[in-house]
Design a protein around this ligand. Sequence first.
Ligand code: CAA
Length: 381
Amino acid sequence: MFAPSEDQQALIDAARAAAEAILGPTVREDDEAERFRRDAFRRLGEAGLCGIPTAEAWGGLGLGYLEYAMVLEEVAAVSAAYGVALAVSGLPQVILARYGTDAQRERWIPGLAAGELLGGFALSESGSGSDAASLKTTARRVGDEWVLNGSKFWITHAGVGDVFIVMARTGGPGARGISAFIVPADAPGVSFPKREEKMGMRASPTGEVLLEDARIPADHLVGKEGEGFRIAMSALDSGRITIGAISVGLARAAWEYASRYACEREQFGRPIIRFQGVGFMLADMAMRVEAARLLVHKAAWLRDEGRPYTHVAAMAKCTATDTAMAVTTDAVQVLGGNGYIREYPVERYMRDAKVMQIVEGTNQVQRLVIARHLERTFGPR
Ligand code: CAA
């Protein structure tokens, strides 16, 4: 776990080379134009990166979350937006692999794992973010169909994705009244009226998924009726590892860029890394990146071993995303005036890092998950 095996190193090298070749040349333009390139995503699929933990039988690489974390770090060090694309399009795969029927898996997973299809996950609504169990979107069974009504907010890949796992209420209030559905983007009654303009992660499209008497076949229910919240939470446990890994990639890119800069940039007759104020800042950045990576890898390893990992995934997500925010902010500081202008990448790293403290459960929600685990462990039985 402390050093990649030969196979893992080969995977890391291949992921880095693919990301640099496919995403590197346009990363700045894509951010400025708020442009997501499906062809680039498809090429990541051709390089084998869209289904790392998905079984080989469904077109994935059949590897663990540890390898998935290593790949996401490399991709995110070039483009965090495409790291997010891989992670979010991975969510329907992980959900269907665990809860789907054979027919659902065969219909959707191979296309997603190949990067031919782009997936999404629709839980949040304008009135239910952290309190996800209060969602109001409804699904009604009418004959051979489910009819969905509601509006999903801040959904990654809204308007560009092909298929979404949508959580909707089929029963009474609270978590047990929620079910999960496969909603193809071209189903009747599905539209994408709003694309958000964001501070960062601008190459990753985010928007509204509007469901107005949206009709999907009855067999598009995932798992059992009433099981949707549990499905969403278990997917987010996995997803939080991926968000942690992407954040390590962002933090590493910022720290490495700032380190190189501080070795070259001279003031008062010497490289600025030799000034303790700068050198110690870079040392702190290095420590934080290494520590965050270890925690992300531990969460991934626990998942791969089939051990409980919910609270460690929350720790990893929280630590890695806080690290990314702190390290990218310090990278801007090390570069000074150059850190604040768009010619250099560190201001983009800093803008991209901010949202990682918010998505897939705010860092306040992660602390809640950890505190609840502590109460179960140490509280009276
Ligand atoms: N795995 C499986 N089941 C779980 C679970 C988990 N990790 N966590 C909770 N559950 C189950 C519970 O066991 C319980 O089941 P029963 O009713 O059978 O007992 C049920 O779910 C309800 O659990 P809680 O009472 O703990 O639920 P809660 O309402 O208190 O909420 C919460 C807990 C942790 C705050 C949760 O609502 C949460 O994680 N909120 C944040 C939501 C979130 O992460 N949103 C991100 C959306 S995706 C995104 O950001 C971007 C994107 O595009 C992908």
